[in-house]
Design a protein around this ligand. Structure first.
Ligand SMILES: CC(C)(COP(=O)(O)OP(=O)(O)OC[C@H]1O[C@@H](n2cnc3c(N)ncnc32)[C@H](O)[C@@H]1OP(=O)(O)O)[C@@H](O)C(=O)NCCC(=O)NCCS
Length: 157
């Protein structure tokens, strides 16, 4: 694998939503049926968003929500199957954790079905499992909030 052109990006405006949809279809079992317009809303309401590129090919992605002080949650962590085992997943999560919106947060949470071993290598621990609860919410057809973008930033499909 020639890794010379691999780069990490923290600009969500750079994420090609069509490539993201394809990456999820290929490698993210929980995100098989996501629509482009919904992905756009999810990205607009996530910060930071980290993407990994081999030249112009999207090969990795993760995103987080953060209050910048107390709590943050990581979502949608994926590395393209052709690029696994090269420490790119580790570097991508380290890039996310080093972001100013995450670096001073007291606790960073995530949920994973199969990849506990990966996150243990990165320093994550198991809290008391009984503390996790979920509401399977029924999506309502309401207008969704799109937060103000940083100046010069826009979302491209
Ligand atoms: C999980 C995933 C992101 C890991 O990406 P990756 O680039 O292959 O991982 P890395 O090469 O950076 O691995 C980092 C370390 O974790 C270890 N590791 C990776 N996957 C592991 C696993 N499933 N179990 C145990 N250890 C694992 C590696 O051996 C490596 O250890 P080292 O740094 O001590 O040598 C990737 O396998 C993936 O995209 N999986 C499918 C999507 C998914 O399940 N995402 C998680 C959703 S919560």
């Amino acid at each position: 694998m020639d890794c010379r052109n691999i780069r990490f990006c923290d600009l969500r405006s750079q994420v090609d939503l069509n490539q993201l949809q394809e990456l999820f279809k290929l490698a993210a079992f929980w995100a098989q049926n996501r629509k482009i317009e919904d992905l756009a809303v999810a990205l607009a309401n996530s910060d930071p968003v980290i993407s990994v590129w081999d030249e112009n090919r999207l090969i990795g992605f993760c995103r987080a929500n953060s209050d910048c002080v107390y709590r943050a949650t990581i979502w949608d962590v994926v590395i393209h199957p052709d690029y696994r085992g090269l420490s790119l997943g580790r570097k991508m999560i380290e890039t996310l954790l080093a972001h100013p919106r995450i670096s001073r947060v007291e606790r960073v949470y995530l949920m994973t079905t199969y990849q506990q071993g990966f996150y243990l290598r990165l320093g994550f621990q198991f809290p008391n499992p009984s503390t996790t609860m979920v509401l399977y919410n029924k999506p309502q057809a309401t207008s969704l909030p799109a937060p103000a973008m940083a100046s010069g930033e826009s979302l491209r499909g």
